[in-house]
Ligand binder design. Structure first.
Ligand code: CDP
Ligand code: CDP
Length: 205
């Protein structure tokens, strides 16, 4: 018997999507795809001079680079993510991943709305911009000591505006998504809440 079970997680930058997704995937034995890495990989190639659409079409998700988690690459990712041809080139891989046997968790911006609208569980993970910027600052400051809190907040807000304002697959909480605001939650609380939501939707056995 096939076991297809999709958990779709969207939300703005540094809301805790990845943390929650990894924990849910580990807890229930599901595969996990951080779809932001696909856009970051394309953004990184564009920073090195590639054409965005060609880079997206040639992307091999099997060899995503190790270090795509910089502010510069995040910003480049959100700039290529407005290009419909780039999004189209990345769609099939994500849809196939969502329907893979054994179940999957995907996190990004358009998972509930475009990639996996039939997902069994839909979550919108969010937090206030200030909380998200502080989390991202703490995460990146060791790697990049030139970062400032104000700069990270500005970057997060600019990226949110671009992601929510674009015409193709804008970031929005799907009507049927459960909203998880983690502004005042520890990682353990956020993960616990997500596991409870997913657990209640899992078929018996
Ligand atoms: O994937 P996304 O960009 O939405 O966020 P993340 O990478 O999961 O989380 C961003 C940072 O916030 C990480 O350093 C997490 O450890 C931290 N975090 C937190 O402090 N409290 C939470 N409830 C969730 C995440
Ligand atoms: O970790 P964080 O939330 O900061 O960013 P990310 O999930 O790695 O995504 C980087 C950028 O890729 C986002 O700002 C979006 O512009 C884009 N993205 C998207 O358009 N659609 C997705 N499904 C995932 C990411």
């Amino acid at each position: 018997m096939t076991r297809i079970f999709t958990v779709a997680i969207d939300g703005p930058a540094a809301a805790g999507k990845g943390t929650v997704s990894r924990a849910v995937a580990a807890h229930f034995g599901l595969a996990h795809l951080d779809t932001g890495l696909l856009y970051r990989a394309v953004g990184a190639k564009v920073l090195r001079g590639a054409d965005p659409t060609e880079a997206a079409r040639a992307l091999d998700p099997a060899d995503l680079e190790a270090d795509l988690r910089t502010q510069e690459i995040a910003s480049a990712a959100s700039r290529v993510a407005v290009i419909p041809e780039v999004r189209a080139a990345l769609t099939d891989f994500q849809r196939d991943f969502a329907r893979r046997e054994g179940g999957a968790v995907l996190d990004g911006r358009d998972i509930c709305t475009v990639i996996a609208p039939a997902a069994e569980v839909k979550l919108y993970v969010t937090a206030s911009p200030e909380v998200r910027a502080e989390r991202r600052f703490q995460e990146l400051i060791d790697k990049d000591p030139t970062l400032t809190r104000e700069g990270v907040l500005e970057d997060v807000l600019a990226r949110d505006a671009r992601d929510m304002g674009r015409a193709d697959a804008p970031l929005v909480a799907a009507e049927d998504a459960v909203v998880l605001d983690t502004s005042e939650m520890s990682i353990e609380e956020a993960v616990g809440a997500a596991i409870a939501i997913v657990g209640s939707a899992l078929p018996a056995g």
